[in-house]
Structures are given as structure tokens and as C-alpha cells.
Design a protein. Sequence first.
Length: 277
Amino acid sequence: MGNTYFINQLIDGSPRIHFSRLGSGPPLIFLHGIGGNRTNWNAQQLAMADTCTTIAWDARGYGNSDDYEGPLNFHDFSQDLRRLLDFTRIEKAHFVGLSMGARVLMDFYPSNVERVATLTLCDCFFSYKKALSPEKQREFIALRQKPLLAGKPLSEIAPALIQSLVGPNCTDEARDQLYKSIMDIHVDSYLKTIAASTLFSVKGSLSKFSVPVQLIFGEHDKLTPPSVGESMLSLLPDANLDIIMDSGHLSNIEQPETFNKVMKNFVEKYQGRACFK
């Protein structure tokens, strides 16, 4: 493609929301996971910028977006996402969310059906208590919340957290990218997101999601294994599930070429459904 410069913008308000834009065409929005930020999607934005206007945000309390007062509810993320759509004058978009980002989309969709062309939901759970075993619930807290509350620095928790997330053959390059993301975490906001995630459950039923949905899960994802994707597939009326081989929980970073192929084929199938105002 010609222009590969990311355009960075800031949405005024409380909190201010930062995002990067690349490309032209129907809008395609990326939402990162709980320990990430917008840069986790660089490879996907570059892959799709020839055919779509790609946007990746820093969720509130992440990256270059502002922190905020008080506790977090996933509805807060949904309100921020509406602000992003209105600011960029998007009528309807394709959305891609990984882990926390997918949970944001599952919260956003029921109240904003008219703004959604398609959903790509990756490496995620639809209900913390229903999808994760008691053992996985304890591990989720033990690796993330407890060490930080005990005063351990991010640099100390990062290696164990990365090891719990990635597949057995994860490259050093992918590990380095994850380490940088973790080191950029806003600790207070991160802890609020963990607390909100333990209470998360899709409002209503996935059976009411009428838009096309692409599910993407990593073969070696220990947090949300492919069996969670299979459960979601059985509930969604118009969905497809792809398993990314040799990948853990962060399939877009661990296996970007395979991930991009699945995503691109799906989005291009419904590309004309998304548009600006």
C-alpha cells in the first residue's frame, strides 16, 4: 500500500480516548486485550489498510488514553466505543476484539445492533463463571491481581504472565511485543479491568446476536481453549469458528499471517455492510 503512516487522534471528553487510523475504505475497528494497547494490532491494520479504514483504540486506562475515577463496568467501555463511532462519523463498522476487547463487543452489541456490520471475537469468554473452570478463575486472579496488590513491579510479573498466555513455540519477537505491552500497563486501571472481568457475563443470550460472527481461538490457548469457542459457536445463529494452530491466547500476535488470512476472508465477504455517515 502507499501510505503506511498511522494517524493518531484523541477524542476529547472524560476520559479522553486515543486511537490510531490507517487506510481507506469501510471502517474496521480493533479492540485490544486486558494487558495490551492499540499497537498490538499493528500487523492487522497494515494487512487491511488497502481495503478498509482501520482504527485501533487504546481503551480507557490503557496506552495513551486517560485513566478515570471510580470502578469500571464494561458498559463504560461500550459508551466510549459509541463516542469513537460518533467522533469518526461511522454509521456501521466491522469490529475485531481479542479477549477483553471481545468482551467489550459482546457488551456493546445488544444496545447498538444498528452500528455493527460484523463481529470477529477472538480468544475470549462470554461468561467468567460459566466459561472458566474454578481452577482457571483462581489462576486468572493469581497471575494478574494478587502480585500487583502485593506491590510487585510489572517487570517481575511479566515473564510468568506471558508464559501462561502464549503457545509452546511462541517466537522471541512476539514475546518481546507482549513484554512491551505489559510494561506500558496503567496499574490502577488494569486492576479495575480485572475486577470487572470477573463479573462479566453477556447480557441476554448469544443466540440473539444476528450479525455474522467470526470466532478465532488459539490451539494452545490455556485461558480460553477452543472448547470455549465451540460453546459460543453452538449458541450463535450465524457464526464460524477457526482454530489458529500453534498459537496460545494472543493469536493475532503469535501467528499474524494465519490470523490475518482468516480475518481478511471474513471481513471482505461482508465488506460493503460497513460505512461512514
